[in-house]
Ligand binder design. Structure first.
Ligand code: ASP
Length: 434
C-alpha cells in the first residue's frame, strides 16, 4: 500500500467506494436474499456497527481527561465562566442564524406547495414535549457514575468541571492528579490514532450498509424538500461559517474548511456528532491550533447543544409540511419555530436521527401534524449525514472564535498545512525491531 497516502485520503476513497457499492446493491441486488442477509445485514452491518462502537468507546474517557486538562490549564474559575458563557451564547446565536436562514429560503422557494393534501381531515394525537425545566435539572447528575455509564455529555461536563475546579483548590494533590490526567489524555489520544488506522475499513462498511438500505432513488419524490435542505446546509456550512471564521476568528475560511475534512468525513459516515467528538477534538486542537484549554470544553459542549444543521432541517421541514397540509403559519408560529429549535437542540444529544425527535417537539408547539414527519422519513438518513457535518463545523467555528477572543489559538499551527495530519500508526513491535 502506498505509504505516502494520508489516512484521510484513504478514508475518503473508502467512503466513495462504500457509497457506490451500497448504491449498486440497492439498485441491482435489492431482492437477492443472500446479499441482503449475509452482506448488507451481515458483514456490512457487523463491521460498520463495530466501528461506530469503537468511536463511541473513545468519547467518555477522552472528554473526561481532556476536560480535566483543559480546566486545569485555564486554572481560573472566572476565565472558565467567561469561556463557558461565550461558547454558550455563540452556540445559541449560530443555531438562531441557521434556522432563520432555513425559514427564509424555504418560504421563498416554498417546497411542497405542489402536492397539497386535505387539511384538517385528521385529528392528531399531540404528544407533549418534555418540559424544558427538566432539561436544566438534568444537567446535574444525581449519580455521576450513571452519567459516565450512559455517556450523558452535559452531565459528564458538569461533573468533570466541578471535579477539576476542586482539583485546582487542593493545591499539590490536585497538581499531581492533573499531571496524571495529562498523561492519561496523551495515551487516550494514541488510542484515537489506533482507531483511526482502521477507519478506512469501518467507513467503507458503514457507507455500504447505509446506501444499500437507503438507495438514492428515495430522493426523487422528495427532491423539492431534499434540495432546499441541502441548499441551506451548504449556504450555512460554507457561507455563514466562513463569514464568522474570517470576521471573528480572523482566520482564512478556505484553510479552515480544508483542515476540517477528516472531521467532516467522520460526521458524514457516522451521522453522529457525539461519535465524532474524538476526531473533532483532534482536528480542532492539532490541525486548527485551538488550545486544549478551550477545545476540551467547547467541542463536547457543542456536540451536545449546538446543532445548526439539524435546526436547518427543522426550518425547512416546518415550511414543507405546512405547505403540504396547506396550513398557514403566522409570524408568531415562525418565531416559535426559531425558539423551539434552539431550545430543542440544547436538550438533545448529537446522535443519529435525533433531529426527527426534535422536529416532533417543534411540530407539537406550532400545531403541525406530527404524522407529517412520516413524509420526510425516507430521505432523513442521508440528510442526517450532511447536517451532522454542518453541526460539527459549527462546533469548530465557535471553538475558533472563542479561542481567538481568549488568545488561545496558535496561528502557526493553523497556517501549517501538515500540522496534526493523521499518520499511519507504528505499532510498538515495529519500532522494537529497528
Ligand atoms: N445526527 C445529528 C448529530 O449527531 C443530529 C440530528 O440531526 O439528528 O449531530
Amino acid at each position: 500500500m502506498n505509504k505516502k497516502m494520508s489516512i484521510t485520503t484513504k478514508i475518503l476513497i473508502a467512503m466513495s467506494i462504500g457509497l457506490i457499492t451500497g448504491s449498486l446493491i440497492n439498485t441491482f441486488a435489492h431482492d437477492i436474499a443472500f446479499v441482503q442477509t449475509y452482506l448488507v445485514h451481515g458483514l456490512f452491518h457487523v463491521i460498520g456497527s463495530a466501528f461506530i462502537n469503537s468511536l463511541k468507546m473513545l468519547v467518555v474517557p477522552l472528554v473526561t481527561f481532556s476536560l480535566i486538562c483543559g480546566v486545569c490549564g485555564i486554572g481560573d474559575v472566572a476565565v472558565l465562566g467567561r469561556v463557558g458563557i461565550k461558547a454558550f451564547a455563540l452556540y445559541l446565536l449560530t443555531t438562531g442564524m441557521a434556522i432563520t436562514l432555513a425559514l427564509i429560503v424555504a418560504i421563498l422557494i416554498a417546497p411542497g406547495a405542489g402536492f397539497e393534501k386535505a387539511a384538517g381531515t385528521a385529528h392528531f394525537a399531540v404528544k407533549s414535549a418534555p418540559p424544558l425545566t427538566d432539561v436544566f435539572i438534568n444537567i446535574i447528575p444525581s449519580n455521576p457514575v450513571n452519567a459516565f455509564a450512559e455517556g450523558n455529555m452535559l452531565q459528564i461536563i458538569f461533573f468533570v468541571i466541578l471535579f477539576a475546579i476542586a482539583m485546582l483548590m487542593t493545591g499539590d494533590i490536585g497538581r499531581q492528579l492533573a499531571e496524571t490526567a495529562e498523561k492519561l489524555n496523551e495515551v487516550m489520544m494514541k488510542v484515537v490514532t489506533l482507531v483511526m488506522d482502521v477507519a478506512p475499513i469501518g467507513v467503507f462498511f458503514l457507507m455500504a450498509k447505509t446506501f444499500s438500505v437507503q438507495g438514492l432513488g428515495l430522493i426523487l419524490p422528495m427532491i423539492g424538500y431534499f434540495s432546499v435542505v441541502i441548499l441551506c446546509l451548504l449556504l450555512h456550512g460554507f457561507g455563514t461559517f466562513s463569514l464568522l471564521i474570517s470576521l471573528f476568528a480572523k482566520l482564512n475560511p478556505l484553510i479552515f474548511i480544508k483542515k476540517m475534512r477528516p472531521a467532516h468525513i467522520f460526521a458524514f459516515s457516522t451521522a453522529s456528532s457525539n461519535a465524532t467528538i474524538p476526531v473533532t477534538l483532534q482536528v480542532v486542537e492539532k490541525r486548527l491550533g485551538v488550545n486544549n484549554s478551550t477545545a476540551a470544553f467547547t467541542v463536547p459542549l457543542g456536540a451536545t447543544i449546538n446543532m445548526d444543521g439539524t435546526a436547518i432541517m427543522q426550518g425547512v421541514a416546518t415550511v414543507f409540511i405546512a405547505n403540504v397540509f396547506a396550513i398557514d403559519l403566522s409570524i408568531m408560529d415562525y418565531v416559535t419555530v426559531v425558539g423551539m429549535s434552539i431550545l430543542a437542540s440544547i436538550g438533545t444529544a448529537g446522535v443519529p436521527g435525533v433531529g426527527l425527535i426534535m422536529l416532533a417537539m417543534v411540530f407539537n408547539q406550532v400545531g403541525l401534524p406530527v404524522e407529517g414527519i412520516g413524509l420526510i422519513l425516507g430521505v432523513d438518513r442521508i440528510l442526517d449525514m450532511v447536517r451532522t457535518a454542518v453541526n460539527i463545523t459549527g462546533d469548530a467555528t465557535v471553538s475558533c472564535i472563542v479561542a481567538r477572543s481568549e488568545k488561545t489559538i496558535d496561528d502557526q499551527v493553523f497556517q501549517d498545512p501538515d500540522a496534526g495530519v493523521i499518520t499511519e500508526v507504528e505499532l510498538p513491535h515495529k519500532s522494537a525491531t529497528q
